[in-house]
Each structure stands twice: as C-alpha cells, then as structure tokens.
Write a protein that binds this ligand. Structure first.
Ligand code: NDP
Length: 462
C-alpha cells in the first residue's frame, strides 16, 4: 500500500462518499475524496434536505386553515414567498456544506477538488476547474458518484425543469405539469399544490407510486386530489415543446396539446457513471449505466468498488452510507464483510400527508405465493377531524401465516415516516403479531392503532 499516494480514493463527496472516506480514515487508512462540485451531494444540496424544508413550508397552508377551527383568528391572509424560503434554504445548505467540509478535514480525509477519470484500476486523473490535472494513485478506489435526473425520457423533455431547478426557483409558476409518478413527482406535486400552484400530474400507470402497496398508492392518489392536483393516469405526453416565451406545450400525439407555463420532469434518475473511464477499464455497465457490484460492493475490476446510487439498487441516502461504512470496515478495519438486506429498508414519500413503508407490499407477497394475514385500519385523524376535515389515516400490517412474524408495516397519514421508522426496529428484531398485541397502547396517538388491530381483514393461503 505504501507505493500509492493514498490507501483509499473515493470518487464523490456526497453522503455515501463522505461516510466511506471518514470510516476508512478512522481505521488508519490514508484517504482522499475527489469532488467536482459542492461537497454534500444530492441529499444535502439538491434532494432530501431542501425537499423536506419545502415540505415544511407547504405544510403551513393546512396549519393556517386548521388553526381557525382551533380558535385562532388570523390577520391578513397568509401568503408564501418562495424567494424568502430560497434565501433561508440557501443559507442552510451552505451551512451544511461547511459541516461536511469540516467533517472531512476533522476526519483526516484530503479533499481533492476536480473531475475524476480512471486511467488504470489504481490510478485516477483529477482535473481541476482551472484545467490543471494531477494523477493520483490509491490501493483501493470507491465510486460514490451518485445519480442525476434522466433528461431524455421524452422528446423535448430536456428543456423542462428537474427537481434541481425547482428547488432553486425564486418564484413559483401559477400552474405546472409534473411528468412522472414516482417519489419525486408525487412529493413535489403535493407540495406545489399546497403552495398555491395548479398542478397537473401525468403518469403512466393507473395509480402513482408503482411498486408501493396498493393501499398507499390509493391513499396517495386521494391525498393529491384532495390537495387540488389533477391526476392524468395513463396520460403521459408523447413530447414536450418549449416555446419562445419560455412556456411549454405537452403534445399527446397529433390530436391534443396542453399549454403550461412550467413543467417538471420527474421521470427518474440515472447513475453518474459516464466520463469516469470505467468501460475503458473493461467494466461493463448495467442498465441505465449502473455500476454492477456484488453483495459487498466489489466490481469485477480488482481494487474498484462502488456504493450508493451509482449502483442503482436501493437509491436512498442511508443505504449508501451503510454500504460505504461496511465496505470501509471490511477493507481497512479487518471486519468481516457485511451485507445489507435491501428488502427490509424503510422508506417514506414526503407528500402531505406522508406515506411510509417497510417490508414487501401485499401484492408482492401474493405474487410470491407467500401465505399471510392482512390487518388494516382506516380512520379520520383526531387533529383534522376536530375541524371537520375528511382526511383519513390508513395502516396495514402483513403477517406471516405460519410464524406470525410481522413482515411489513405500511402507513399513510401524519407522522407516518416517524412511526414506521420506529416500527422498523421491531421488524428487524423479528417481532411477531403477539408482540404488537401485548404492547400497551399510548393514548391518544395514531401509532397506538398499530397495537390495537385484533382480527385480520383477509388471509392469503398461498
Ligand atoms: P422513480 O424511479 O421513483 O420514478 C420515476 C417515475 O418516472 C416513475 O413514475 C416512472 O413511471 C416514470 N417514468 C419513467 N420512464 C418514463 C417514461 N418513458 N414515460 C413516462 N414516465 C416515465 O424516480 P424519481 O426520480 O422519482 O426518484 C429517483 C429515486 O430517488 C427514487 O427511486 C428513490 O430511490 C430516490 N428518492 C427517494 C425519496 C425518498 O426517500 N423520499 C425522494 C426522492 C427520490 P413507471 O412507474 O410507469 O415506470
């Protein structure tokens, strides 16, 4: 190892890359991380963090309306100013970037600012913004370059905004078309509608959020409609055209066209694997340019590893962090390789109200022929029911018929991500339905309903 400049070179200073490099340095490795943009990656700068801050902003709309029912008298009618949110968000992401930079420096990790390209499995050229280039060698290399929005899903869609540009807007449009039905489409359609934008959501399937439990997909569609979003199920345009005044026309074959001042492209993300010199090293990229890895993050090229979104498996920040730490522990900490169970990762859709889920959907269990019992509940939450709201909270437990182990928890409603995150611990510990049944309820909460569901609504015998 001493013949190399570093023991480990990580490409990408997002959440996964920073976690990997710090953990390796903690084990005594000489580590550098290469980054061509700002430090912090998608989650901190363009994703989870600013998105959630916009969700909090959007949630005040309902809070103002409900407050009247709770006895508050509000003065002038509340108005959202995106530019003011923008200024505060900019300051917050700058603060977080500073923390990430400090974490690298404090963790004994060298930051090399520039664009990386592999010349050989253990040699990387780093090109700085001023055009100067240095070649750095390392015993091990980890790709942690993340992903970016797909721009070429439909003809002309590259002229539309992505979530990156949305989060940098200074003013919101009066109306918007959102194309896609996944996490980003649903979260931003929900937020924009609550911030006063007339939103039309165009997606391919009959419901948004393909792959989630049907109960959650139905709840998402109802919540979007209740927020004023017009749903166009199975109604994706064939092309998008940008006009000279900056507005857009969505084309539906020859016969129909809809005009919008603004369009959000939310049709998915793609691994950032281009331009790294990977194929020149003999690494065959997978679908969408994903870097293929084994269960421990190793590619087919010796000394070259990959974690997080560039591998396009479970594209979630905590997964990238866990994969990176496991890899660093195995490479430099003398620990046995760890494998993440990607089927038992909790995730949330931060719409209003949110959805959260851990474990397989009911449809997945049926398709696998897995015998199970379904426990469900559906009620009006106390907070909105008190002021005459029609909102509903939905919960579902899926239980293995033979062992009575709880396989999945699904919830749509306020605090769903907080509640499901906690219940994920119980599932990791192997909790059975009788553990839920013997847990005394905390009253009055929504979460208590998870320990009060007594009889299954249906059974699937396989
Ligand atoms: P998703 O993969 O979740 O959704 C992509 C959407 O684009 C799907 O609805 C898909 O439709 C649609 N689409 C794809 N191709 C086409 C096409 N040719 N025409 C029309 N529609 C198309 O991607 P996102 O960009 O929303 O999010 C990327 C990833 O980032 C997520 O998978 C998730 O891992 C992560 N993420 C997580 C968040 C969270 O944890 N809360 C928030 C945001 C992102 P169809 O279903 O029909 O294939």
């Amino acid at each position: 190892m001493a013949d190399f400049d570093y023991d480990l070179l990580v490409l990408g200073a997002g959440s996964g890359g920073v976690a990997t490099s710090r953990r390796a340095a903690m084990h005594g490795a000489r580590v550098a991380v290469v980054e061509s943009g700002r430090v912090g990656g998608t989650c901190v700068l363009r994703g989870c963090v600013p998105k959630k801050l916009l969700m909090y902003a959007a949630s005040f709309g309902d809070a103002f309306a409900e407050s009247r029912g709770y006895g508050w008298a509000l003065g002038e009618s509340p108005r959202f100013e995106m530019a003011r949110w923008q200024a505060t968000k900019g300051a917050e992401t700058t603060r977080l970037e500073g923390i990430y930079r400090q974490m690298l420096a404090g963790g004994n990790v060298t930051l090399l600012e520039g664009q990386a390209r592999l010349l050989a499995p253990q040699h990387v050229a780093v090109r700085a913004a001023d055009g100067s280039e240095q070649v750095v060698s390392a015993g091990e290399i980890v790709l942690a370059t993340g992903g970016s929005p797909v721009l070429d899903t439909l003809p002309g869609l590259e002229s539309a905004a992505t979530s990156n540009e949305l989060l940098d807007l200074a003013t919101l449009p009066a109306s918007a078309a959102v194309i896609g039905g996944g996490y980003i489409a649903v979260e931003f359609a929900s937020m924009l509608a609550r911030l006063g934008v007339a939103v039309h959501l165009y997606f391919r399937d009959r419901l948004p959020l393909r792959g989630f439990d049907e109960m959650l997909r139905t709840a998402a569609a109802s919540a979007l409609q209740a927020a004023g979003v017009t749903l166009h199920a199975g109604g994706v345009p064939s092309a998008v055209r940008r006009l000279g005044d900056g507005s857009f026309v969505l084309l539906f074959g020859e016969e129909r066209a809809n005009a919008f001042p603004w369009v959000l492209n939310a049709t998915g993300r793609r691994p950032n694997s281009g331009g790294l010199g990977l194929e020149e090293l003999g690494l065959a990229l997978g679908r969408n340019g994903a870097v293929p890895v084994d269960a421990h993050g190793h590619t087919s090229v010796a000394h070259l590893h990959a974690i997080g979104d560039v591998t396009d498996r479970k594209n979630l920040t905590p997964v990238a962090i866990a994969e990176g730490r496991a890899l660093a522990d195995a490479l430099f900490g003398g620990l046995p390789p760890r494998t993440l169970d990607l089927n038992r990762i909790a995730s949330a859709v931060f719409m209003l109200p949110p959805l959260a889920s851990v474990g397989p959907s009911e449809e997945e269990l049926r398709a696998a022929g897995h015998p199970h019992e379904v426990y469900e509940t559906d009620f009006r939450p106390m907070k909105t029911a008190f002021v005459g709201g029609n909102e509903r909270t939905r919960m579902k437990l899926l239980v293995d018929s033979a062992s009575q182990r709880v396989l999945s928890v699904h919830m749509a409603g306020h605090d769903a991500p907080e509640i499901v995150q906690s219940l994920a611990v119980a599932l990791t510990a192997g909790a059975t339905k009788s553990h839920f049944d013997t847990t005394v309820a905390m009253h009055p909460t929504a979460a208590e309903e998870f320990v009060l569901m007594r009889s299954p609504t249906r059974r699937f015998a396989g």
